[in-house]
Design a protein around this ligand. Structure first.
Ligand SMILES: *[C@@H]1O[C@H](CO)[C@@H](O)[C@H](O)[C@H]1NC(C)=O
Ligand SMILES: *[C@@H]1O[C@H](CO)[C@@H](O)[C@H](O)[C@H]1NC(C)=O
Ligand SMILES: *[C@@H]1O[C@H](CO)[C@@H](O)[C@H](O)[C@H]1NC(C)=O
Ligand SMILES: *[C@@H]1O[C@H](CO)[C@@H](O)[C@H](O)[C@H]1NC(C)=O
Ligand SMILES: *[C@@H]1O[C@H](CO)[C@@H](O)[C@H](O)[C@H]1NC(C)=O
Ligand SMILES: *[C@@H]1O[C@H](CO)[C@@H](O)[C@H](O)[C@H]1NC(C)=O
Length: 646
């Protein structure tokens, strides 16, 4: 270490000991990462200080798989980790390839090198690399340009392609205080877009206050992408913490196993038939949500779930503890379900094995979801562990054609198996963004889907016995059945808002899908049905433009509704309308109706939630448009929206 580093250290130590923030075990790095030529002495820009109980310890890093660093072997090499330990920690084989953006846990040995803790990784400089790019892009923020420069003892030296340099990675060992507090490991978590300390803490089941203290942050502090946050852990992290929660919402469509599938416009009858199956539905929606997540094939490019709720975390973690005990509880629960929800079939594990050819790869859909054949009908079967009772209870309150249905449940050796309706055409996102099978959805189909989703949400907001907010509506959570009718899935994040419309709840757990979350929720954690209204506006925009939400955001400065300005508020609106609409609809829609829809979307995207229409208004408007469009040969079915709430 250089003399200048020593001085800097000295000064930072001085500063740290003078400010009240100093209770911090290690100061958070903040924005210092991007300013390579200046060193903000008050941050941990050169690494975390060697202030721990031990000078060397087991520590953990996170990393997001990015080609070419997307296999156990390449990531271990890049980050100086032991590949067999890395594979084990992530519960994958040693030759595994990770999906792009999958969060990978990296076990490392962290040691003091001079005044800072670090892991020495080594890296061969590529053509065009700068210190900043190596630290931020290749190592994703696990190192900093300042420390790379310091390691190299000069600020100005050029980097030559082919040279091997030492890259100090940011890690730390618990301080005496933390250790006394039960903290055994520190994990260097790489923050990404739209994350909050609370969400990250929840992911690992850690109290937010402790994480804040570990990083010298206060509750109102802002954290930035591509920086590290130390998460104080009692036990080593597990792969379920970083993988299970990421999934947000996937979809699926379905056919009720016990009821003949509805044909095009007969949903009304169907709904009544289904009333008896209510409990199943509720369960189904929950499971559906989960399934949906699993379905998420291209999660990387699609909507990305930002933060996972601690609830889903709990449900994954719980069962591991006392299996025997848990088993008997589960048996009791299973029995209680069969009495409450008569329509919910309790399957034996043997029945599910038979339905999925013993969970054979040919029946595998994604993750732990399998397609089963039960009584000649397809079903989606999802294996999960944890406490599913909350979900089942929620699903028990829901019964609607446009909300995915849970039809059955089974329990075996500590795992739950939830049987959902199978939505044969899968997630809406595959049809609007990827134009699956070269099929282009026509105007009427799109309108029908919007109407279906509005209908499902309206039911959820108004007619469930305690009103619920879905909280994670997006195009991957809308599943299509064989008739392209929409079913909302993935109720994993849904919560109830007691009381009348206009009432709301506050949360510090910001959970949802990037791009769909309403500003008041992101900024203040306000949960109300208006959250779903905002997300619905985003979804409609996707449906009409055929563009992914991330692409739409590229066209605006701050608010998504800016994409509508040229159409709604400029003179040559008609021409601009043509540019905004999905090109594959060109000439196949009525500009008049399209304008009405864009106005509706504009109102859903209002910044102030009280300026947005409620779901009932939206459903009514869409119904009117649908009725006026009825002249087309593909009649839109406006199903009776209200099914008796239970
Ligand atoms: C950081 O340390 C350098 C000396 O190494 C000093 O010149 C600079 O003023 C310090 N910056 C701050 C913000 O204290
Ligand atoms: C450690 O804990 C003690 C008492 O619990 C406190 O006085 C001290 O300031 C703490 N030190 C740090 C660095 O947090
Ligand atoms: C990696 O870890 C395994 C088991 O923990 C150990 O047997 C092996 O020797 C380690 N490999 C290296 C290269 O350190
Ligand atoms: C890391 O590398 C630096 C030199 O680049 C060396 O001084 C330090 O001792 C090394 N630390 C460890 C833990 O190997
Ligand atoms: C840092 O790297 C990420 C990708 O890892 C990139 O998206 C981001 O733009 C980079 N930051 C800057 C300031 O270039
Ligand atoms: C610093 O970088 C130069 C090339 O830019 C390299 O030759 C040298 O080995 C590096 N020093 C260390 C300690 O990694």
């Amino acid at each position: 270490m250089s003399f200048s580093r020593f001085i800097i250290f000295g000064i930072s130590f001085f500063l740290i000991s003078c400010f009240p923030v100093i209770v911090a075990q290690q100061p958070y790095i903040g924005r210092a990462t991007t300013v390579c030529d200046s060193r903000d002495n008050s941050t941990s820009v050169l690494g975390y200080t060697c202030n721990g109980l031990r000078r060397s310890c087991q520590a953990y890093l996170t990393f997001r798989a990015q080609p070419p660093y997307d296999s156990v072997a390449t990531i271990s090499t890049l980050l100086a980790a032991n590949s067999s330990q890395l594979a084990q920690l992530n519960s994958v084989p040693e030759n595994a390839l990770f999906d792009t953006n999958r969060m990978v846990l990296v076990p490392v040995t962290c040691s003091c090198s001079g005044e800072h803790y670090q892991v020495n990784a080594s890296y061969v400089v590529q053509q065009g690399d700068t210190y900043f790019m190596i630290a931020n892009n290749t190592f994703q923020g696990l190192s900093t340009c300042q420390t790379l420069q310091a390691e190299n003892d000069t600020l100005t030296r050029n980097l030559y392609a082919g040279t091997r340099i030492t890259v100090p990675l940011r890690c730390a060992c618990p301080t005496k205080n933390q250790s006394d507090d039960g903290v055994n490991y520190l994990l260097s978590y790489l923050i990404t877009w739209n994350q909050f300390v609370s969400g990250i803490s929840a992911l690992f089941g850690v109290d937010t206050g402790r994480t804040l203290a570990a990083n010298g942050l206060s509750e109102s502090s802002i954290v930035y992408p591509f920086t590290t946050l130390l998460v104080p852990l009692q036990d080593p992290p597990t792969s379920s913490q970083v993988t299970a929660p990421q999934p947000p919402p996937p979809p699926f469509s379905t056919q009720p196993p016990s009821v003949p599938p509805p044909s095009g416009g007969s949903s009304k009858t169907w709904i009544y038939v289904v009333v008896g199956v209510v409990g199943g539905l509720v369960l189904a929606s929950v499971v559906g949500g989960i399934l949906f997540c699993v379905f998420f094939r291209k999660q990387k490019q699609k909507a990305e779930t930002v933060v996972v709720s601690s609830q889903s975390f709990e449900s994954i973690e719980k069962p591991l503890k006392k299996e025997a005990d848990e088993d008997s509880h589960s048996q009791d629960f299973l029995e209680s379900i069969s009495s409450i929800a008569q329509s919910l079939k309790v399957y034996t594990f043997e029945e599910l094995k038979a339905a999925t050819q013993d969970f054979s790869p040919s029946c595998w859909i994604k993750g732990s979801v399998y397609r089963g054949t039960i009584n000649g009908d397809f079903a989606a079967i999802k294996k999960m562990n944890g406490d599913v009772s909350k979900e089942i209870n929620l699903l028990n309150k829901i019964n609607h054609f446009n909300l995915i249905r849970l039809s059955g449940v089974s329990f075996n050796e500590g795992n739950w198996y939830l049987v959902y309706e199978y939505a044969s055409n899968g997630p809406l996102s595959e049809w609007i963004h990827e134009k699956r099978d070269q099929t282009i959805m026509d105007w009427n189909q799109r309108l029908q889907i919007a109407l279906d989703v509005a209908s499902g949400l309206n039911y959820l907001h108004r007619y469930t016995s305690s009103p619920h907010v879905h909280k994670d509506l997006n195009s991957s959570n809308v599943l299509l059945d064989q008739d392209f009718r929409a079913k909302i899935a993935n109720f994993g994040l849904a919560r109830s808002v007691e009381g009348q419309e206009g009432q709301f709840a506050l949360t510090r757990h910001i959970v949802g899908t990037k791009g769909y979350m309403a500003p008041e929720y992101l900024e203040n954690g306000i949960v109300s049905p208006m959250l779903d209204v905002y997300a619905f506006g985003v979804l409609m925009l996707e449906i009409l433009t055929g563009k992914e939400v991330s692409l739409l955001y590229e066209e605006v400065n701050t608010e998504l509704s800016e994409v509508l300005t040229p159409v709604l508020y400029q003179d040559n609106g008609q021409e601009n309308l043509r540019n905004l609409m999905d090109p594959s609809l060109q000439g196949k829609y009525s500009p008049e109706f399209a304008l009405v829809l864009f106005r509706l979307i504009d109102s859903c995207l209002k910044k102030d939630p009280s300026d947005r229409p409620n779901m009932d208004d939206i459903f009514q408007s869409l119904s009117r448009i649908a009725t006026s469009t009825l002249s087309g040969e593909w009649a839109i079915s406006i199903s009776e929206q209200r099914t008796t709430p239970r």
